[in-house]
Design a protein around this ligand. Structure first.
Ligand code: ADP
Ligand code: MG
Length: 253
């Protein structure tokens, strides 16, 4: 009987999870679908309606593409969580990955919600750049979601001694003790169903750890949050890059 109850619970949390993922993907997909339908309907008159054409070029199509990128990033999270998608070790320029991540999240920022990038001069690192970019995207999305109508997110890279430090600082809502305690747990989220899967930071933590790095967070409710990543130029020898996600959870700085 006890086992049955546990099984039931597992199945229903799996159901909730599946619903969350479906919703998360469904939102951007219906947006993309409806934009493409509009475009097809508008096609015959585009040649004679320059303002409409400009609207597609400037707003609608870039936003549509961003919807697809969002789906991509969700799938990337899930994949990583399922421990697939091995990527080989290469030398890469971290600042380039910050730029790539910023392009993906750019549409979440406006004049009053600013994304600032500050690049330090860095040596090339050894690691898995696509995974690192995914970490940056996850942190920047969280930061963007923490902002209200106005505020800013600053991403800064620097060489500090022998280590490379990346900070993602936001002037958003901040976090309470309870959230700070749980934020790296898979499926922990304070967002409504369909808006958060609670995988972003669990995935980020797993990736950073598998690179021999650390991730820490400081936050104050109503003031903002700062995530700090610290990476070595070369991961310690013998460290199995691509380790499975950790089971235990880190202490917070
Ligand atoms: P999700 O964003 O899907 O909820 P994450 O793992 O990315 O999952 O984040 C887990 C939780 O940590 C969020 O629901 C939120 O409560 C908190 N959090 C993460 N980043 C921030 C931030 N920059 N500001 C405030 N809260 C944050
Ligand atoms: Mg998130």
């Amino acid at each position: 009987l006890h086992q049955h109850a546990v099984m039931q619970e597992k199945l229903s949390s799996l159901g909730l999870l599946a619903a969350g993922i479906a919703h998360e993907i469904n939102n951007p997909m219906s947006y993309v679908t409806s934009n493409l339908k509009d475009l097809m309907a508008d096609l015959p008159r585009l040649a004679t309606a320059p303002e409409l054409l400009e609207e597609y070029r400037r707003d609608i199509l870039p936003a549509t593409l961003d919807g697809l990128r969002r789906v991509n990033s969700i799938v990337a999270d899930l994949r990583r969580f399922a421990r697939g998608d091995p990527e080989s070790l290469v030398e890469y320029d971290l600042n380039e990955e910050v730029r790539a991540a910023a392009r993906i999240v750019q549409s979440r920022f406006t004049h009053d919600r600013e994304l600032r990038l500050q690049f330090g001069e860095l040596p090339h690192l050894l690691g898995r750049p696509r995974q690192i970019a995914q970490v940056l995207v996850n942190l920047m999305i969280n930061a963007a979601e923490a902002l209200g109508e106005q505020g800013n997110v600053t991403v800064r890279t620097a060489l500090v001694g022998e280590r490379i430090q990346i900070t993602v600082r936001d002037t958003g809502v901040g976090m309470d003790e309870q959230t700070l305690k749980n934020l790296f747990q898979p499926f922990f989220t304070t967002k409504p169903v369909g808006e958060g899967m609670g995988l972003g930071l669990a995935v980020a933590h797993g990736i950073i750890r598998s690179h021999g790095g650390t991730i820490s967070v400081e936050s104050r409710p109503g003031v903002g949050t700062c995530f700090t990543l610290s990476l070595a130029q070369y991961p310690p020898p013998g460290l199995a890059l691509g380790l499975p996600l950790p089971d235990e959870h880190p202490a917070h700085a």
